[in-house]
Structures are given as structure tokens and as C-alpha cells.
Design a protein around this ligand. Structure first.
Ligand code: CUA
Length: 354
């Protein structure tokens, strides 16, 4: 499809700019479906108009001639639209699988929704409220969770909507195509100020993004230095999300039961846990992804790991979503390619990424 035609159709259908690489393929399918159905309905209306004029009743005694339908014509009526629909389904399904499969090495950003704001947490970087700054040309994975009710993140320019649920993580990913400032909307009714739960996605050139990130880190360091006691305090880099997670895990007593060196303790070790296959007491396996780890912290009774006692208390209400994200990030930093002996885990099912 020539780009002048897609540009015309995009304007004609009042669609916003194509902000992500996925937007382009989503629009292509949209245009093909719209054009085909438009041509189809135009054909139907045209035929109806011609028949109304040509075969109108010319005198009161005229009777309608019976026309026997041809098998071939009937078969064509059925097979042609059906084939089109099946083709569209498969193209759409492929696009769905694409949006559900973040590429390895994508940059992670944690999104916490609550009535009525969006909070963005960058691993190793700053937090921000309602403004999400991202670089163009780099795959980004959003890991989303809610602190209260169901919300849904919608950026029309990305042709992307993702429900945000309390107590679990959902994910989505995209690669930005061009710099711009676009609205982030909540598209699940979530209470009184639902319509005002808006954020902004700022797509930046990679260099601009890096400059902003460096700036934010400097600010974080300055804040830390200001709050640190004693003039001999050295300036050190702001803690990454994983480092914050380690601190929270120590403070919450997680490490009293979970080792980080692979040794067996009251609970399963965290070494090499992320993305490993965990055998469950109830049979079968779970993949230790973000959703599993979050659930295990919030509702530890839901999936008991085989050969471990269900002793872990629930941390629901004791720590917030941002803290859980930090602990999960810490567990992710303990990935290893080696099989951890005695853990019962099988090696990671996804290859490690740098
Ligand atoms: Cu949040 Cu609607």
C-alpha cells in the first residue's frame, strides 16, 4: 500500500499519527478491511439501485419472473466473504501475538495506576507522576499494576490499550517511531475522576532521553547528598530499583527465609528464580515471571512450591505496589544461567539477555 494512500486514509478516518511500529501494521489491516467492506457495501447499494430502476413494476398486471439460482453463484457468495474474513482473522491474530510477545532485551518501565494518576518507575532511574518519557527506536516493555481498582492504559497514537489490574501484573510493549507528546488516557471507568486520569507520553530522541535520564540521576544524587549526614559523605550513584528492592527485602525480613546464594532455606532461594520453571505442590509448573513473583508476595497461599511448607505470610496491605516492583526487580537481578542445585527449579526457559 503506497504511503500517500495510507496517509490520505489516516487523515480521512481522523486517526492520530502512527506513533509506534505496531501502529503502522495495525492501521494497514484497518485500511484493508475498511476499503474492502466499503467496496462491498458500495457494490450492494449500486446493484439495489439498478434493480429498483430496471425491474420496477411497469403495469399493475405484471408478475415477477422466477429466476432459479445458480449453484456456482451461491457458492461464490459464501466462499468469497468467508475467505476474506479468515485471512483478516489470521493477520489480526498474528498482530495480537506480536503485541503479546515483548522482545528480549526490551527496556522495562513499571507503571502503577491509582485513583487517579499514573506513576512510572524506571529501573535504575527516577520515578515520575503522569509523565512517561521514552526514547524513540528502542523496544519498551510496560509492566502494569494497580493499587486500587481496574484501570486501563490507552495511548491512541500507539494503537494500544492494556488493562491494569490490582494484585497482578499485566504487560505490553512497543517501539516508538518518532518524537512527540501524546496523551495517556484511562479507558476503564474507575470512579469520579476517571475522565481526568490523564498522563502524557513524551517520545524523545535517544540522545535527548539519555540527557534527561542523566539529569534526573544527578538530581537524585543531589537529594541524597543533601539528606546525608556529615561533610565527608561521598557522592555515589542513586540506588537502582533492584538495589532499592534489596533494601526493602532486608527491611521486610524476606531474607530470613529466602537465600540469595542458592542454599535451601525455609522458602525457595531467589538465586536463578526469575523465569525458571517452579514445580508446584498441586502438580504442574509455574513460570516465575513478574506476575508469579507478585502473586507469591501478595497471595503466597495460591501457589505452594513443591516440598516447601505454606508458611509465608501475605504482604498485601503491608507493602505497596512500588515496593513489590522493587523486590521483583531485585529477584530479576539474581538471574543465573546455571541450574541452582537443590532448588527444584529447572533452568530459565527464556535465554538471558544482556
Ligand atoms: Cu483509571 Cu479510569
Amino acid at each position: 500500500m503506497p504511503s500517500s494512500l495510507t496517509e490520505f486514509l489516516r487523515n480521512f478516518l481522523l486517526l492520530p499519527p502512527e506513533g509506534s511500529t505496531f501502529s503502522v501494521s495495525a492501521d494497514r489491516l484497518h485500511f484493508v478491511v475498511i476499503l474492502t467492506t466499503f467496496a462491498g457495501s458500495f457494490g450492494v447499494f449500486l446493484t439495489a439501485a439498478i434493480f429498483i430502476i430496471r425491474y420496477r413494476q411497469r403495469d399493475p398486471d405484471q408478475t415477477t419472473v422466477h429466476v432459479p439460482p445458480s449453484r456456482l453463484l451461491e457458492a461464490a457468495y459464501i466462499v468469497l466473504p468467508l475467505t476474506l474474513f479468515v485471512i483478516w482473522f489470521f493477520i489480526g491474530f498474528r498482530q495480537y501475538v506480536y503485541t503479546e510477545t515483548p522482545p528480549p532485551g526490551a527496556m522495562d518501565v513499571y507503571v502503577t495506576a491509582k485513583q487517579w494518576m499514573w506513576k512510572f518507575t524506571y529501573p535504575g532511574g527516577p520515578n515520575s507522576i503522569n509523565t512517561l518519557r521514552l526514547p524513540v527506536g528502542r523496544p519498551v516493555r510496560l509492566l502494569l499494576t494497580s493499587r486500587d481498582v481496574i484501570h486501563s492504559l490507552f495511548v491512541p497514537e500507539l494503537r494500544l490499550k492494556q488493562d491494569v489490574l490490582p494484585g497482578r501484573y499485566t504487560q505490553t510493549w512497543f517501539t516508538l517511531r518518532m518524537p512527540g507528546r501524546w496523551r495517556i488516557l484511562c479507558t476503564e471507568y474507575c470512579g469520579l475522576l476517571h475522565s481526568e486520569m490523564r498522563g502524557e507520553l513524551v517520545a524523545l530522541d535517544p540522545a535527548e532521553y539519555e540527557a534527561w535520564l542523566a539529569n534526573q540521576r544527578q538530581d537524585l544524587n543531589a537529594q541524597r547528598d543533601a539528606s546525608a549526614s556529615g561533610p565527608e559523605q561521598q557522592a555515589h550513584p542513586a540506588p537502582s530499583l533492584a538495589e532499592q528492592g534489596e533494601r526493602i527485602a532486608v527491611a521486610q525480613g524476606c531474607l530470613a527465609c529466602h537465600s540469595v546464594d542458592g542454599s535451601r532455606h525455609i522458602g525457595p532461594t531467589w538465586l536463578g528464580l526469575y523465569m525458571s520453571r517452579v514445580p508446584l505442590e498441586a502438580g504442574a509448573f509455574a513460570i516465575a515471571d513478574e506476575a508469579y513473583l507478585t502473586e507469591s508476595i501478595m497471595e503466597p497461599d495460591k501457589k505452594i512450591v513443591a516440598h516447601f511448607q505454606p508458611l509465608m505470610p501475605s504482604y498485601r496491605g503491608r507493602i505497596g505496589a512500588a515496593e513489590v516492583a522493587a523486590i521483583v526487580e531485585y529477584i530479576k537481578s539474581l538471574r543465573t544461567d546455571e541450574v541452582v542445585p537443590g532448588s527444584g527449579q529447572e533452568p530459565p526457559h527464556a535465554p538471558l539477555t544482556p
